[in-house]
Ligand binder design. Structure first.
Ligand code: HEM
Ligand SMILES: *[C@@H]1O[C@H](CO)[C@@H](O)[C@H](O)[C@H]1NC(C)=O
Ligand SMILES: *[C@@H]1O[C@H](CO)[C@@H](O)[C@H](O)[C@H]1NC(C)=O
Ligand SMILES: *[C@@H]1O[C@H](CO)[C@@H](O)[C@H](O)[C@H]1NC(C)=O
Length: 511
């Protein structure tokens, strides 16, 4: 008996400790948002959340209103669905709401890069310098050259007959933008090393093709990898692909390339100066490839698809593009020089700008997450206040709170190319919900401390892609009655959505 008691007490303590960890004792305290732990201890709602995030959030909204806390795989996440109350989340100081902890864990899990924790400054500084202003012009110029090289590669303008080429639109768009983006950021083969321009171009074609192939494979593994539920075989495949990229993008390889962008270059140099090992810097290159290429290609697809699907939108954009080209004193001619599509020209396309913004509203679905570092108060627009616990997380899915909110964007599932245009043709920024002005009316780039630093370049890339496709090619859907494909809901929260199936289309040189 004397021996049994301590054992029993110990056992009881372990059980209670375990139950505590499983979240069994957590209760909603006064002033806190409604708490919904779900039926499964620890896991909570994670299965339903993953299956279809929007549906889950809609169900919770019905049950609890605009703010609630749910348990997801051991974490308590407080979601804010009220579009007028996003200010606190976006602007709260990093001492209270921190982005980096969550991001660092994810980056390590997805790409094998272990952060020292002091590189954020470098990212911000380098991006500020090279992804906007004069740096952006250099990069946009490189993108323009490479995009035309890639696009016109397999087309033959030597015959008088109009020949149509057929391809799958998602693959085509993603690949073109990926290859050109990759070459512009990570550099192209050196003419000197390869012997001639032709040889260098051939090498770039072959290499970027392989990279795209592997990138797409990884792309498909990412959602499960992020949730930590990849089956063993796919886990091995993920390891193989990661190792492939670490090597393909290594500093050693970069040394023999030409025209590496300053953005990538400075990130390498800056990390070396911080004393980071070369093998770790190689891994970081995969992070950069991922953030710069994972969203742009799919968005380019949707943009072109929506234009092809909506003739009035296509006509308006075509007209604008042709006018801008003409005003620049250029025209597309057989065997003529490539188009010199400058940043200046890209600033004269309000209709295309609106079409891009509308595309991103419909197809960009990042999940914004912050770790709560101190107990804090969340102030809602209607005056309500909620207490938020240290150690929890806060989250916003703008796609469901804002992008598809019918009060802000009437008929939210329809593509309206001029939704972001005022009647006088200028950019529309006034949107209202119940008579109140909505500041965050579209958030494809995230917001606050984690807002995408590549957004200006990404925007230019999308516009360049469509601009050049329209001036060089006639385009048509193979099936004119093609329906807009469903979104792959398993990617909700991961940025640009993908279609569940690809679309056949045809294109043909216009000259
Ligand atoms: C349509 C294309 C793009 C979309 C929709 C997009 C969207 C986003 C979003 C939503 C985030 C924030 C993620 C979060 O809050 O957790 C982000 C981060 C980032 N993006 Fe983009 N992005 C795009 C293209 C690009 C491009 C082309 C570049 C670079 C050339 C880039 C560089 C970055 C970087 C470096 C970060 C990390 C910022 C940080 O850790 O603070 N993005 N992007
Ligand atoms: C390499 O990229 C630059 C732009 O950065 C471009 O001007 C040049 O034509 C490209 N070279 C080849 C061989 O494609
Ligand atoms: C690309 O690199 C080559 C070789 O270093 C150089 O001659 C050329 O001017 C560069 N092109 C651009 C657009 O920077
Ligand atoms: C393209 O246009 C820009 C701006 O007008 C000019 O500086 C540049 O030299 C042009 N490039 C070519 C190849 O014509």
């Amino acid at each position: 008996m004397t021996l049994l008691l301590p054992i029993l007490v110990g056992f009881l303590a372990a059980v209670i400790g375990g139950l505590y960890l499983l979240g069994v004792f957590r209760r909603q305290r006064p002033g806190e948002p409604p708490l919904d732990k779900g039926l499964i201890p620890w896991m909570g709602h994670v299965l339903e959340f993953r299956k279809d995030t929007i549906k889950f959030l809609d169900r919770m909204k019905q049950k609890h209103g605009d703010v609630f806390t749910v348990q997801l795989g051991g974490f308590y996440l407080t979601f804010i669905l009220d579009p007028l109350s996003l200010g606190t989340f976006v602007k709260e100081s990093p001492e209270k709401l921190d982005f980096n902890t969550f991001a660092r864990n994810l980056v390590e899990r997805l790409f094998g890069y272990r952060s020292l924790g002091n590189e954020k400054q470098l990212l911000m500084k380098t991006s500020h310098k090279h992804l906007r202003g004069p740096g952006l012009e250099v990069l946009t110029h490189a993108m323009m050259c490479n995009l035309q090289n890639v696009m016109l590669h397999n087309t033959d303008s030597s015959t008088d007959q109009k020949t149509w080429l057929e391809d799958r639109l998602f693959k085509y768009s993603y690949k073109a933008v990926f290859r050109a983006g990759y070459l512009s950021l990570f550099g192209n083969a050196s003419q000197n090393c390869e012997g001639s321009v032709e040889k260098a171009k051939e090498k770039d074609q072959a290499e970027s093709e392989t990279l795209f192939h592997e990138f797409r494979k990884y792309d498909q593994l990412v959602p499960n990898l992020a949730y930590g539920v990849l089956p063993p075989r796919e886990k091995m495949e993920a390891e193989r692909i990661k190792a492939f990229f670490w090597k393909a993008l290594s500093m050693q390889k970069m040394k023999i390339k030409d025209n590496i962008s300053r953005w990538v270059w400075d990130m390498q140099q800056g990390r070396q100066e911080l004393g980071i090992k070369e093998s770790m810097i190689d891994r970081y290159m995969l992070v950069l490839l991922w953030v710069s290429q994972g969203n742009t290609g799919p968005s380019a697809f949707w943009l072109l698809f929506f234009l092809m699907k909506h003739p009035e939108a296509m006509a308006a954009v075509r007209e604008e593009v042709n006018r801008v080209l003409k005003e620049s004193g250029q025209e597309v001619r057989r065997d003529g020089p490539l188009i010199n599509l400058t940043c200046d020209m890209l600033m004269k396309t309000p209709i295309l700008d609106s079409a891009v913004e509308e595309t991103l509203r419909l197809t960009a679905a990042p999940l914004l997450v912050r770790s709560v570092l101190q107990d804090m108060t969340l102030k809602m627009a209607n005056g309500c206040e909620y207490r938020i616990r240290k150690g929890d997380r806060m989250a916003v899915l703008p796609y469901s709170a804002v992008h598809l909110n019918p009060e802000i964007h009437p008929d939210p599932h329809s593509f309206k190319y001029d939704r972001f245009l005022n009647p006088d043709g200028s950019k529309k920024t006034d949107f209202y919900k119940g008579g109140k002005k909505v500041k965050y009316y579209s958030m494809p780039w995230g917001a606050g401390v984690s807002m995408c630093p590549g957004r200006f370049f990404a925007n230019n890339e999308l516009k360049q892609f469509v601009f050049l496709m329209l001036v060089y090619f006639d385009l048509e859907l193979k099936n004119p009655d093609e329906k807009t494909p469903e979104y792959d809901v398993s990617r909700l929260g991961f940025g640009a959505l993908h279609p569940v199936k690809d679309i056949q289309f045809r294109y043909s040189l216009r000259f």
